[in-house]
Design a protein around this ligand. Structure first.
Ligand code: CUA
Length: 275
C-alpha cells in the first residue's frame, strides 16, 4: 500500500537519510485525503438520493435534524490531531530539530541574494570564521572578521555550487543578503527560509552520489526562477577531498576570503543588493 502510494504520488527520488521519513508523513496525510475524498463522495451521492424532489416535493423548513455529520466532522478532526501529535511532531523533532554533532559535520554557509546562492566554505580547520555586518565593505562583502584565526583559510564564495561528501553529516547555515529566499533541495527533503539578519542552520546526510538541483522556494523577484541554477554535488569522500584540496589551494593563492559577490545583473526596479 505504502509503495503503491509512493508510485501514485510520483514523489521525487530521495537521497538523504531522513528523506524517507518525510515521504512517509506525506503518504500518511494522503491516506486521510483519500479516505475523505471517498467518504464525502459517498455522502454527496447519498444526499442526492435522500433529498431528491420525488421524496420531498415540498422543501422542509427545518431540514436535517440528525447530528451524524457533526460526529463525522469531529472524527476527521480527531484523526488530523493524531496525525499531527503522534506522527508529524515526533518526526520533526527527531529528524529536523535534532542536529548532528557540529564538530563531526561539514559546516557550510549559504548566503542567498538576488539571484544566486553564495557558498562559503571553511578551510582545512573545518570552522567558518566570524562574520559581522559591521565589517561589510566593497572589499569584504561577507563581513568576514580577519581578526578571527578561523577565517584565515575560509574560501568564499563559490556561486550556485555546493559540494559535499556522501554519508557525511552536513550543516548548512542559511542567510540572505537582501530579501527572503528559501533554500530548498528536493532530493535531500530540505527547505529553509533565507532571512536577512538571521543565520539559520539546516542539516542532511546524503546517501547517493550525484548532482541535485537547488531551488529557491520563496518568490524573491523577477529572477527567482533563475535560482534553480543551484547545484548540490554529492561526491564520494575521495572525489570530495580532491575537489576540496584544489579549491582550498586556489583560494590560498588568491586574495583573502573576501572575493567579489556573485556577478548577477540587478533587475530593473530591484534595489542594489546591500548586505
Ligand atoms: Cu530567491 Cu526566490
Amino acid at each position: 500500500m505504502h509503495d503503491l502510494f509512493r508510485k501514485l504520488l510520483q514523489l521525487p527520488p530521495v537521497a538523504s537519510t531522513h528523506g524517507a521519513k518525510v515521504d512517509d508523513l506525506i503518504i500518511l496525510v494522503h491516506y486521510l485525503m483519500v479516505a475523505l475524498f471517498v467518504g464525502w463522495g459517498i455522502f454527496f451521492i447519498y444526499t442526492l438520493y435522500r433529498f431528491n424532489k420525488r421524496r420531498h416535493p415540498k422543501a422542509d423548513y427545518h431540514g436535517v435534524r440528525s447530528h451524524a455529520s457533526s460526529w463525522l466532522e469531529g472524527a476527521v478532526a480527531a484523526i488530523e490531531a493524531v496525525l499531527l501529535v503522534l506522527f508529524a511532531v515526533p518526526m520533526w523533532a527527531k529528524h529536523v530539530d535534532t542536529f548532528p554533532d557540529a564538530s563531526q559535520s561539514l559546516q557550510i554557509d549559504v548566503i542567498a541574494q538576488q539571484f544566486a546562492w553564495n557558498v562559503l566554505y571553511p578551510g582545512a580547520d573545518g570552522k567558518i570564521g566570524k562574520r559581522d555586518m559591521k565589517l561589510i565593505s566593497t572589499e569584504n562583502p561577507w563581513g568576514i572578521d580577519p581578526a578571527d584565526p578561523n577565517s584565515k583559510d575560509d574560501f568564499a564564495p563559490l556561486i550556485n555550487e555546493i559540494h559535499v561528501p556522501v554519508n557525511k553529516d552536513v550543516i548548512i547555515y542559511v542567510t540572505s543578503k537582501d530579501v527572503i529566499h528559501s533554500f530548498k533541495i528536493i532530493a535531500m527533503r530540505v527547505t529553509q527560509d533565507a532571512i536577512p539578519g538571521l543565520r539559520i542552520p539546516t542539516h542532511f546526510k546524503a546517501t547517493t552520489p550525484g548532482v541535485y538541483q537547488i531551488n529557491c522556494a520563496q518568490l524573491c523577484g523577477t529572477g527567482h526562477s533563475g535560482m534553480a541554477a543551484g547545484r548540490l554535488y554529492v561526491d564520494t569522500q575521495e572525489n570530495y577531498d580532491k575537489w576540496f584540496a584544489e579549491k582550498a589551494k586556489t583560494a590560498a593563492n588568491a586574495a583573502p576570503a573576501t572575493n567579489a559577490p556573485a556577478a548577477t545583473t540587478p533587475v530593473s526596479g530591484a534595489a542594489p543588493a546591500k548586505p
